[in-house]
Design a protein around this ligand. Structure first.
Ligand SMILES: C[S@@+](CC[C@H](N)C(=O)[O-])C[C@H]1O[C@@H](n2cnc3c(N)ncnc32)[C@H](O)[C@@H]1O
Length: 231
């Protein structure tokens, strides 16, 4: 009999953002072997699972939602990563105060919209507040204090979330930022309808492309490290 695969939980199904994040991590899988990893907003746990498969030494996941922690725990357990996994329900950096990691990954909620439940997702899944930065900013401000010397972060970043602002915040915190990949993600009509009107107006034709009823947005995968560290 075939072993039964763990079920996909609809609210936690991975998105194209997660796919692109995993793509960039896989492109340099050798850099993952033996490193201590932290993911903020681990959701389904699939990014940690992918990093475990690439040979990470330890996997620490944080999520604000208890269901996400339960799902991550189950997935990592089912895939044999229990012994190296550590999961915490909590807010952003709080559960790992004072600790440092070699690789920090995040696909934070950062769509410019107020919290709302739609498409079967919890309000905490995508919403990044009016400018999309309500979690990006505290992430960037806390990052340097959680990276080991020579450590790096790899994160998703909508192009319509003010990349220059992220570079500025990074610089203020001694970090440099490189765009590792830019890809287009489909934005469903229901998501677009919730997008902050000013962002939609300013970014249309620049980072948002509309073809009749279909809209795509540019999304970057950023690699971030202490200024002067090669990334
Ligand atoms: C876009 S999802 C990413 C999920 C994950 N990468 C995956 O593919 O399953 C964002 C995740 O961040 C979590 N989150 C939202 N606010 C958070 C916070 N303040 N601290 C930690 N996690 C948070 C959400 O619960 C959600 O699981």
């Amino acid at each position: 009999m075939r072993p039964t695969a763990p079920p996909v939980i609809p609210a936690l199904r991975p998105s194209e953002y997660t796919s692109a994040l995993i793509q960039v991590l896989r492109a340099e899988a050798a850099r993952v072997r033996g490193v201590h990893v932290l993911e903020i907003g681990c959701g389904s746990g699939v990014v940690l699972a992918a990093l475990g498969a690439m040979g990470a030494a330890s996997l620490c996941g944080i999520d604000i939602e208890p269901d996400a922690i339960a799902a991550s725990r189950r997935l990592l357990g089912d895939l044999g990563h229990n012994a190296i996994a550590e999961l915490h329900q909590g807010d952003m950096w709080r559960p790992v105060a004072g600790r440092r990691f070699d690789l920090i990954v995040a696909n934070l909620p950062h769509f410019p919209m107020e919290p709302d439940e739609f498409a079967g997702r919890l309000p905490s899944w995508s919403a990044g507040g009016a400018d999309g930065r309500s979690l990006l900013d505290p992430f960037l401000m806390g990052l340097a204090g959680h990276l080991t010397a020579g450590g790096r972060a790899v994160i998703t970043h909508n192009a319509f979330d003010d990349l220059p602002r992220s570079r500025e915040l990074g610089a203020q915190n001694g970090l440099s930022i490189k765009v590792a990949l830019t890809t287009l993600v489909y934005i469903s009509p229901e998501k677009l309808a919730r997008m902050t009107a000013d962002v939609l107006r300013i970014e249309s034709g620049h980072t948002l492309y509309r073809h009749g009823p279909y809209t795509f947005g540019e999304m970057h995968i950023l690699e971030i490290a202490a200024a002067g560290t090669a990334i």
